[in-house]
Design a protein around this ligand. Structure first.
Ligand code: DAH
Length: 339
């Protein structure tokens, strides 16, 4: 009889199950009311007294073993079904959300790459500047309104330390540190003490361009800007230059392009004129060249400056400049495919 129990013990140890049904069969065989263990307990009284102790121990061993086996088999099958059968490998995976570039970065990169193709390098300068680089070296008269507290965020007075109001300050730094020929653009953030509205902001971005060499003419400026406009707004874009004034250029002009939305026919955006103003430009004033240590008898140059927000608004039909700074995902996500 004891040998029988030993065989059962070995059978239990060796038993494996692939399904819950297998485990149930095993349970019925050993642990049900009519199972082997009940049977063995019933047979206990037939066991000779001197064997009762050993028999009893073996029976308990078998009983515990069977219960442990059932528990561990069920447990394994449970885990297995969680890790395998519940997963449908044919389902499409979750898409990875890559995010998108900010529209201002997209347009800045595009402008930078257009000028790179023309051989312009990139220069950067500090956002916190002094009066010299933002105003004085650029031929701003002492009483010029742009120096006024109304426009400029001053950090310190005497000597004046301020947040740059335009990226033209970078052209001063470049001219002070490099010898012509110079061909560079400077993208960056600028600051003006202005009320925030749909059309203006106190922080925005500009790109400044500067080209200095011997015999640089207004025709070079015009041709460069025409190429730029066609590259950015499309082959059919036309430009026009209207006389204007900037202290640092002479002559100065403002450049318009044919309205990219109506193609020049006239619409709300171009106020029915067919034209959109996109940048300021001109021939670098000899005073500026001399202030920066460049011989104005030998060298001439042109410069231009544009607001990235304005160009982005025109390119994508965005009506409110504040959208660029609110980081509303519903707005930003619309530029996913533009990169
Ligand atoms: N700095 C001017 C502004 O902030 C833009 C500008 C106009 C830059 C004409 C230039 C230029 O280099 O030649 O409004």
């Amino acid at each position: 009889m004891i040998n029988n129990i030993q065989k059962y013990i070995e059978e239990v140890i060796a038993f494996t199950a692939n399904t819950k049904d297998d485990v149930e069969q095993f349970r019925i065989k050993f642990a049900s009311k009519k199972g082997i263990i009940t049977q063995l307990f019933a047979d206990f009284k037939l066991v000779p007294n001197e064997q009762k102790k050993e028999f009893g121990q073996k029976m308990n061993e078998l009983k515990n073993l069977v219960q442990e086996k059932i528990d561990s088999l069920l447990n394994n099958l449970e885990n297995k079904s969680e890790s395998t059968s519940n997963v449908d490998y044919t389902l499409p995976g979750d898409s990875i959300n890559l995010g998108s570039r900010h529209p201002l970065s997209i347009v800045r990169n595009e402008i930078v790459s257009i000028f790179n193709r023309l051989g312009f390098t990139i220069s950067e300068g500090p956002e916190i500047e002094d009066d010299w680089h933002v105003f004085s070296a650029l031929n701003f008269p002492e009483e010029h309104p742009a120096r006024d507290m109304q426009d400029t965020f001053f950090i310190e007075k005497h000597p004046d330390i301020l947040l740059r109001t335009h990226t033209s300050s970078v052209q001063v730094r470049v001219m002070e540190n490099q010898k012509p020929p110079i061909r560079t653009i400077s993208p960056g953030r600028v600051f003006r003490n202005e009320a925030i509205s749909a059309r203006s902001h106190c922080i925005f971005h500009q790109i400044e361009g500067l080209y200095i060499d011997e015999n640089v003419s207004f025709a070079d400026l015009k041709q460069t800007l025409l190429y730029f406009a066609k590259e950015l707004f499309g082959e059919h874009t036309k430009i026009r230059l209207r006389p204007s004034f900037f202290p640092f250029t002479e002559p100065s002009a403002e450049m318009d392009i044919t309205c990219s939305l109506c193609g020049g026919k006239g619409c709300n955006v171009c106020k029915h004129s067919g034209w959109l103003e996109i940048l300021g430009c001109g021939m670098v004033d000899p005073n500026v060249l001399e202030s920066c240590g460049i011989d104005s008898k030998k060298y001439t140059g042109f410069a231009f400056g544009m607001g990235i927000e304005r160009i982005t608004m025109l390119k994508y039909g965005i009506r409110d400049i504040r959208l660029f700074f609110e980081n509303d995902l519903r707005f930003l996500k619309q530029f996913k495919s533009c990169v």
